[in-house]
Design a protein around this ligand. Structure first.
Ligand SMILES: *Cc1c(COP(=O)(O)O)cnc(C)c1O
Length: 472
């Protein structure tokens, strides 16, 4: 017989201990009434269920736990009472942090989301005629103007853009891709998988490190080959003996052979970007090189909302707009509003208003200055420095988001150490705070990178750090 079922003199039985547990409504009633009742009840139920389980497993360990039931339930109820999707202060320095929501939006984009979503909008209504309009028409002027393409559209994300393009243009036929470009991006987007789902047949050519134009040329079967696909190696770079074919060269081959050419750019910058020796092609250059269809993300180097942009030849874009998947992958009004205004900022030469470019353009000196200011704010909030070590350090950080993998930007961090908490505990306390704060752990310290902390967030960040440092 197990210990749990054996009554021992002087020890309460499991049944007796279970009877000692408060009733749900009593526990719920004892929690702070600032928390809505639904969460107090739900948290009490969850905490009591856990306590019953713990009692059955280890009947004599639970006494201490019982004493803390109220605190446990109050903490859980408080967590339940705030939105699960919530804001985070990004102290990692990774600007396009996929887990933290990639690109923050520009003020102008946010204002338009508010304006459009607060009431009704011209989403699918043409005020000139009073008739039904198309939700894609909102991008019809700005996207071609920015990219030089004949036509354009946008869907839920770049993965959706690639899926829609392949499904429309290549289902039942074959698509030629270099073995060096059968990439996986972000853990779930794999070119061979997307290809399978679209109904297109993947024809691999070349080798991992070298693919030549002649490899593509000899894979083309008239009537069977639908597309030559170029995939941008967004999140990795090959060095050494490597050879690949540029989208422009593929376009020339495609024209000659009467086969379509598509480029998945991934990040997709709207102006040529030279940073740390990288060569991100501007979308306009790829279009000008004769590529028929080009896809890229809205929330990577565009600095807008999650979206997948498709630009290219008018009849191909028209066919994609008519495909049944277009409806399933379409954008909602809030994303469309943010995307249109973000694109307009580029069109008007106002890209410096986009947070991504603001963060990227801050010099290491300026960031070091801001790290010094953050240090002073933390000291002030703590009311001293006893047992705490705060140092401004210069270091490097990646851009993230599967963009510019070889570019490390020089940055400055506030390195935080405490004599009361190991760095891991400090990091956990920052995550548990309100707002939560994401940081890097390095050299037995917590590093807060100022590049991704907005100047307007500094005071709040200092408060988070001071609370995390507060003595046990
Ligand atoms: C990021 C990326 C994707 C996926 O884009 P999402 O907008 O995240 O769906 C697809 N292809 C390439 C080359 C990428 O870099």
């Amino acid at each position: 017989m197990s210990d749990a079922a054996t009554p021992t003199p002087g020890r309460p039985t499991v049944a007796a201990q279970l009877r000692q547990l408060p009733q749900v409504h009593r526990l719920a009633e004892s929690l702070p009434h600032a928390i809505p009742g639904v969460y107090r009840v739900a948290a009490s139920q969850a905490v009591l269920a856990r306590a019953r389980l713990a009692l059955r497993e280890a009947p004599n360990l639970a006494a201490e736990r019982l004493a803390h039931l109220g605190e446990e339930a109050a903490a859980l109820a408080a967590r339940m009472a705030s939105p699960h999707l919530d804001r985070v202060i990004n102290g990692t320095g990774v600007i396009l942090h996929t887990n933290l929501g990639r690109a923050p939006l520009a003020e102008a984009a946010l204002a338009q989301v508010d304006r459009v979503a607060r009431g009704y909008s011209t989403l699918e209504w043409d005020p000139e005629t009073g008739r039904r309009g198309s939700r894609l028409s909102h991008l019809d002027e700005v996207l071609p103007a920015l990219t030089g393409a004949e036509a354009a559209m946008a869907v839920n994300n770049n993965a959706a853009a690639v899926l829609l393009a392949l499904s429309t243009l290549a289902a039942g036929r074959s698509v030629v891709v270099s073995r060096g470009q059968l990439v996986e991006i972000g853990g779930a987007f794999r070119i061979p998988d997307v290809m399978r789902v679209s109904g297109a047949r993947l024809v691999e050519v070349g080798t991992t490190n070298k693919t030549r134009l002649s490899d593509y040329a000899s894979a083309i079967v008239p009537g069977e080959t639908a597309l030559l696909l170029h995939v941008h190696p967004s999140n990795f770079r090959q060095t050494g003996f490597v050879e690949s074919v540029a989208p422009g060269e593929l376009a020339a081959l495609g024209r000659e052979a009467g086969v379509g050419v598509m480029a998945d750019l991934g990040s997709g910058v709207l102006f040529p970007l030279t940073m740390g020796g990288t060569d991100e092609p501007a979308v306009r250059e790829v279009v000008a090189a004769g590529v028929d269809v080009t896809t890229f993300s809205g929330d990577k180097l565009l600095g807008g909302p999650q979206a997948g942009l498709i630009v290219g030849r008018a009849e191909l874009v028209a066919a994609m707009r008519r495909h049944p998947l277009a409806r399933a992958l379409r954008l909602d009004k809030m994303t469309l509003a943010a995307l249109e205004v973000t694109l307009r900022l580029y069109r008007e030469g106002r890209q410096s208003e986009i947070p991504l470019w603001q963060m990227l353009s801050q010099s290491a000196d300026r960031l070091a200055q801001r790290a010094g200011r953050l240090r002073r704010l933390v000291v002030r909030q703590l009311g001293g420095m006893a047992g705490v070590h705060l140092a401004v350090r210069r270091t490097t950080a990646p851009v993230g988001g599967g963009a510019l993998p070889e570019v490390m930007s020089t940055t400055a961090v506030l390195a935080v150490r405490s004599e009361s908490w190991p760095a891991e505990a400090l990091e956990a306390r920052l995550r548990a705070g309100t707002p939560a704060m994401a940081v890097r752990l390095a050299e037995d310290a917590v590093w807060v990178d100022l590049r991704t902390v907005a100047p307007a967030e500094e005071r709040e960040a200092a408060g988070c750090i001071a609370r995390a440092l507060a003595a046990p």
